[in-house]
Every structure is written in structure tokens, then in C-alpha cells.
Design a protein around this ligand. Structure first.
Ligand code: HEC
Ligand code: HEC
Ligand code: HEC
Ligand code: HEC
Ligand code: HEC
Length: 484
């Protein structure tokens, strides 16, 4: 008997025979139907360009390929069951109904099956690829799941709004990828069963190492030198008086002679620290190489317990933890928009009233929207009717800006409010640099991590009105238009 004959008798004939059952037929139907739908969707996609709606994307990129694979699985299950039933009832025929290769109808059938299988394989691989690419896109990470709303909102306004989430959150290589997906699946269950933490915490220790992340695009060795920082704030007086702080930050780096200097230069040296909380806000011990093969360890003198906790090698994210997800303080948020003219500093007490309104507690962003708007309008209608009558557009605009900055920073549904996420750069609103540079971290030999005000910056002006240095340097960008 020819090889085809034997193949037909031993494999195809039984396959056709057992395949004649509802489960297998449903499976084939599912597979064919999802394949046709997917092909159709790809064609539409190719013609229209991008996938606007992430939920639609979820259906097409994850649901349909899932159905397709389900169909493929059902086909052999149906065959196996029919065979088992027939075996049990003794109905297996001595020989299966013959399928003859010289029968043109059958030959076409075989060719169709082979071609269909090849096409199916291609579809599955493309679908898988697309699914994976889709799951890696910022829009999947940020919008498929409402839980991510705070981080997604902050991300969209950050300097990294074009850097895909996975660049920072998923490492390179297969193991990091699998770890991320396993983690993601766990989180999916937490969301499904409503057991996820609110607010979502941001432990740096679970992020991929910064050297692998940030240094793909940034060169820490690049010498930045000094950087000028001009900060404008407004008072709570009737005139909303503006104040300026001007400082020269010694960012430093590694210069062309390979000298380390300044803020960047100082910490790129395998420092490790021990923190007592998962967000690294309380640092009880810091170790650094001493240049002779050993280490110098600075211990927080106020810490009485054992020096144990989360140990981490210091990297970019210990200072730039908000490089992407920037959450402001109410003062920062309000000052930054007032510099641009809305709320207009010409409205009496707008800074004081605005702060009060955005700092108040609301149960949802919707409620905040209504009450902030009503609150500000009421204030001017009752206290300053002339302002309300002559400058209503400014008041309405101011209310709108207040609602915008509230929605940008506060998410009652996720229990994210002002101050939930600390910013580690600086030291005014959160411990930041002073987690170590507090003058209280001392080594055995009595060396102290310095808190000298001139270590990191020179203060050229602190909360001055119209500081001379601003006009001397011709700085306009951070100065309210009214003062230029
Ligand atoms: C440039 C790097 C970068 C990019 C891009 C980025 N993140 Fe993050 N993300 C971080 C860092 C750093 C933290 C830790 C913040 C902290 O400790 O305060 C973080 C924290 C988070 C957290 C808090 C919980 C956790 O896992 O630590 C979530 C949720 C999150 N990011 C989601 C996203 C989403 C969604 C996107 C894309 C829309 C994204 N991130 C893009 C760097 C990034
Ligand atoms: C895929 C490339 C890419 C990666 C990865 C990346 N960045 Fe950036 N980063 C940029 C670009 C581009 C800008 C400048 C954006 C601009 O000027 O609008 C920037 C800007 C910045 C700035 C300056 C922000 C400002 O306000 O001027 C800081 C700080 C920064 N990145 C830190 C980091 C840190 C920390 C990481 C690692 C967690 C990181 N970046 C990862 C591309 C990247
Ligand atoms: C010890 C804290 C600290 C560490 C660690 C640190 N930075 Fe910075 N970095 C700063 C400060 C402070 C500034 C000044 C700007 C500011 O205050 O926002 C700055 C500025 C920057 C800027 C903007 C500078 C410019 O060119 O305008 C970039 C980009 C940056 N850092 C990237 C990184 C990267 C990448 C790493 C890790 C390799 C890193 N930083 C590590 C504190 C740090
Ligand atoms: C995890 C602890 C830690 C944190 C957080 C930290 N530093 Fe440091 N920093 C150190 C240690 C340790 C040294 C080295 C002290 C020494 O050599 O005596 C140092 C040194 C420095 C130096 C150089 C001092 C010199 O002698 O040249 C500067 C500047 C500096 N830090 C700035 C900053 C700034 C700005 C921040 C916040 C954005 C910051 N550091 C956050 C631990 C820290
Ligand atoms: C370890 C480094 C370091 C030390 C020591 C330090 N600062 Fe700073 N300081 C910073 C950094 C970094 C910023 C900028 C933060 C930012 O990017 O907004 C800053 C910002 C400031 C600002 C402006 C912040 C604002 O929001 O108005 C003032 C004022 C200031 N420092 C005062 C001081 C005084 C006073 C001392 C001495 C007791 C001191 N600093 C010691 C790192 C340091």
C-alpha cells in the first residue's frame, strides 16, 4: 500500500470519521469565524490607520485570537470524546469509511485542510504578535484599566509622554517579560475581585533598574554643570503678591577629565541604602565605597532599632521618582498655572480662595468640579459683586483652571490625594534629599552627610518680590506677565 494509502487509512479516515461530531464542528466554526473577523478587522485597520478605542482593541487583539485558539482546542476534544463513546459502546467500525486519494473531491478536501491550517497558523502568530504589541502600548497600560488613571493622567503631561510604559516598567529579555505578565495577571485578578490596593503604591524596588532604563536615552556622564532654577509663588493676600526664589543648582556630572562633581557626580558610585518603608521615605543607613576597597556607612543617629529593612542600590529613580508621574502639591499646582495668567492674579484673594477650594475633601472628581466652580463663583458674587459683574469671564476661567488642576492631581476613587505620592527631588515638601542629607547620618569615624545649604545650590533669592537677579539676567519665562 502506498504511503498515502496508509496515511489515509490510519490517520485521515479515522480523523474524518471521529470529526463528525457537534463539538468538533462548533470548534471549526469558531476558528473559521474568528479568523474571518480578524482578517476583516486587519483590513479595516490597515485602511484606517490606528486603533482609537482601547476597549475595541481589547476585543480584537485579545478576545478574538482567544476564540480562535479555543476553536482549535475544541476540534480534537470533540474527536476524542466521540472515539471514547464509540469505544465504550463497541461501535468502532473494523475499518473506517474509505477516503480515496484518486477521488478528486477528497483530494481537494485535503488540500483545503492543509492550506487552511497554514493560514490558521499564520493568523495565530500575527494575532499573538499584535496582541503582545498592543499589550505593550501606552494606551493599553494606561487606559484599559481605570486603576491606572492617576499614573496615566500624570504621564500624559510629563516629558516622557512619548516613552512607552514598558520601557520603564518591563525589563529587557524573556524573563523580565514573563515576570511582568505574571505580575499583570495577578493585578488583573485583584482588579476583577476588587482587592487591589488604593492608592497603588510605588515601590521603587519592583521597577527595573534605572541604569537599564534611563540610560538608554540619558547620559548621566554628560556634564550638565550648574542649572538655574526660578520658582514663582503667590501670597494669600488680597493682591496675590508674587515672590521669586532663584537658585543655582550644582547638577554637575562627569567632566571631560572624568572628574565627578555636583549632584549627579556624587551619587553615581554604587551607594546602597537601607529604608524601613516600601516607598523609601525613611532611610536609616547609607553605605558608599571609601576608595580603599571598603565602605563607609552612615547611620541615622535618631534610629534606635536594628539597621534592617529594604536594601537598594541608589540610582536615578531615588531622586527622579517623579520623572514621569509628576504629582504636585496644591501650592505648586496653583502657582504654576497662575504664572501663566489663570487664575488671574488680578482677582482679589484668588490664591487663598483657590487653594482652599482645591484642598477641600470631595467624594469624586465630578463633585469637586461642581463645588469648586460654585464655590469660587459664589465667593465673588457675594464678596466682590463689582468683580463678579465686570470680570466674570476671569472668574469663570479661574474656576475652570482650578477644576483642571484638581482632576490632574486628585483621584478620590483611587484614594489618591495631595501628597499621596512623595517627590524625592528637593526637600521643601517631602524629605527628598534630606532623607540622607539631614546632618544626622553619621559614620563610625564621625563623618556626616552634609546638610550645608551651599552644598547643592546657591540661593540667589528666597521668596523676594522682584528680585534684582531676575531682571539682571533678563529671565522672563517664570515671571508673571504682569511683572515683566
Ligand atoms: C520614564 C519612565 C516611566 C515611564 C515611561 C512610565 N513610568 Fe510608571 N513609574 C515610573 C517610576 C520611576 C515609578 C515609581 C514612582 C515613585 O516611586 O514615586 C512609576 C510608578 C508607576 C505606578 C505605581 C505603581 C508601581 O508599579 O510602582 C504605576 C501604576 C505606573 N507607574 C504606571 C505607568 C503607566 C500606565 C505608564 C504608561 C502610560 C507608565 N507608568 C510609564 C517610571 C515610568
Ligand atoms: C525613550 C527615551 C527616554 C527614557 C527611557 C527616559 N527618558 Fe528622560 N527624557 C527623554 C526625553 C526625550 C526628554 C526631554 C523631553 C523634553 O524636553 O520635552 C527627557 C527628559 C527628562 C528629564 C528632564 C525633565 C524636565 O523637566 O526637563 C529628566 C529629569 C529625565 N528625563 C529623567 C529620566 C529618568 C530618571 C529616566 C529613567 C526612569 C528617564 N528619563 C528615561 C527620554 C527618555
Ligand atoms: C542625588 C539625586 C539625583 C540622582 C541620583 C540623579 N539625578 Fe538627575 N537631577 C537631579 C537634580 C536635583 C536635577 C536638577 C533639576 C531639578 O531639580 O529638577 C537633575 C537634573 C537631571 C536632568 C535634567 C538636566 C538637564 O540636562 O537639564 C536629567 C535629564 C537627569 N537629571 C537625569 C538623570 C539620570 C538619567 C540619572 C541616573 C543616571 C539621574 N539624573 C540621577 C538629581 C539627581
Ligand atoms: C540615599 C542617601 C542620599 C540621598 C537620598 C541623597 N544623597 Fe547626596 N549624598 C549621599 C552621600 C552618602 C554622599 C557622600 C557624602 C560624602 O562624601 O561625605 C552624598 C553627596 C552629595 C553631594 C556631594 C557632596 C560633595 O562633597 O561633593 C551632593 C551635591 C549631593 N549629595 C546632593 C544631593 C541632592 C541634591 C539630593 C536630592 C535630590 C541628594 N543628594 C540625595 C547620600 C544621599
Ligand atoms: C542635599 C542637597 C541640598 C541641600 C543640603 C539643601 N538643598 Fe535646598 N534644594 C535642593 C534641591 C535639589 C532643590 C531643588 C528642588 C527642585 O527641583 O524644585 C532645592 C530647593 C530649595 C529651595 C527652593 C524650593 C522651593 O520650592 O521654593 C530653597 C528655598 C532651598 N532649597 C533652601 C535650602 C536651605 C535654606 C538649605 C540649608 C538648610 C538647603 N536648601 C539645603 C537641594 C538641597
Amino acid at each position: 500500500m502506498s504511503i498515502f494509502g496508509r496515511l489515509s487509512r490510519d490517520r485521515l479516515q479515522p480523523l474524518f470519521f471521529f470529526g463528525n461530531n457537534p463539538i468538533t464542528l462548533i470548534g471549526s466554526g469558531l476558528t473559521t469565524a474568528s479568523a474571518v473577523t480578524l482578517i476583516f478587522y486587519w483590513i479595516v485597520n490597515l485602511m484606517t490607520g490606528r486603533f482609537a478605542n482601547p476597549y475595541l482593541g481589547l476585543i480584537f487583539f485579545l478576545g478574538l485570537p482567544g476564540l480562535f485558539v479555543l476553536g482549535l482546542i475544541l476540534i480534537p476534544i470533540g474527536m476524542w470524546r466521540r472515539r471514547a463513546v464509540l469505544l465504550r459502546t463497541g461501535q468502532i467500525p473494523p475499518s473506517y469509511p474509505e477516503i480515496r486519494l484518486d477521488n478528486a473531491l477528497f483530494r481537494h478536501g485535503v488540500i483545503v485542510v492543509l492550506v487552511a491550517t497554514a493560514v490558521n497558523l499564520a493568523i495565530v502568530s500575527i494575532a499573538t504578535y499584535q496582541g503582545v504589541t498592543y499589550m505593550d502600548s501606552a494606551s493599553f497600560c494606561g487606559t484599559s484599566c481605570h486603576v491606572m488613571k492617576p499614573q496615566w493622567t500624570a504621564y500624559q503631561e510629563s516629558p516622557h509622554s512619548h516613552v512607552p510604559c514598558v520601557e520603564c516598567h518591563v525589563g529587557a529579555g524573556m524573563s523580565a517579560y514573563v515576570r511582568a505578565k505574571v505580575n499583570g495577571t495577578k493585578q488583573l485578578f485583584e482588579v476583577a475581585f476588587n482587592t487591589y490596593p488604593r492608592p497603588i503604591q510605588a515601590p521603587l524596588s519592583v521597577l527595573r533598574p534605572a541604569r537599564a532604563t534611563c540610560e538608554k536615552c540619558h547620559t548621566p556622564a554628560r556634564f550638565v554643570g550648574d542649572q538655574l532654577l526660578v520658582l514663582t509663588s503667590f501670597g494669600n493676600d488680597k493682591a496675590n503678591t508674587s515672590y521669586q526664589t532663584v537658585l543655582v543648582l550644582h547638577v554637575g556630572g562627569i567632566d571631560s577629565l572624568r572628574h565627578l562633581s555636583g549632584i549627579h557626580g556624587a551619587h553615581l558610585n554604587d551607594f546602597t541604602y537601607v529604608a524601613t518603608d516600601s516607598t523609601d521615605q525613611k532611610i536609616i543607613s547609607v553605605s558608599m565605597p571609601n576608595g580603599h576597597g571598603g565602605t563607609t556607612t552612615f547611620v541615622d543617629q535618631s534610629w534606635k532599632g536594628p539597621v534592617k529593612g529594604i536594601t537598594r542600590t541608589m540610582d536615578c529613580m531615588d531622586c527622579h521618582n517623579q520623572a514621569t508621574h509628576v504629582f504636585q502639591t496644591p501650592e505648586q499646582a496653583l502657582d504654576s498655572v497662575m504664572v501663566n495668567g489663570s487664575p488671574s492674579p488680578s482677582l482679589p484673594y484668588v490664591h487663598k480662595e483657590g487653594l482652599k477650594l482645591i484642598k477641600a475633601k470631595y467624594t469624586s472628581q465630578a463633585q469637586a468640579g461642581t463645588e469648586i466652580t460654585a464655590g469660587l463663583e459664589n465667593y465673588y458674587r457675594t464678596r466682590y459683586p463689582d468683580v463678579w459683574n465686570t470680570q466674570r469671564a476671569l472668574v469663570v476661567g479661574a474656576a475652570r483652571t482650578l477644576v483642571t488642576i484638581y482632576d490632574r492631581n486628585v483621584f478620590p476613587s483611587m484614594k489618591v490625594t495631595w501628597g499621596t505620592y512623595p517627590d524625592n527631588i528637593g526637600h521643601m515638601d517631602y524629605p527628598g534629599c534630606f532623607r540622607c542629607h539631614d546632618g544626622n547620618h553619621v559614620s563610625k569615624s564621625g563623618k556626616v552627610i552634609s546638610d550645608d545649604c551651599n552644598l547643592c545650590h546657591n540661593l540667589l533669592a528666597v521668596d523676594e518680590t522682584n528680585p534684582k537677579v531676575v531682571s539682571d539676567l533678563g529671565l522672563k519665562g517664570n515671571v508673571p506677565a504682569a511683572l515683566q
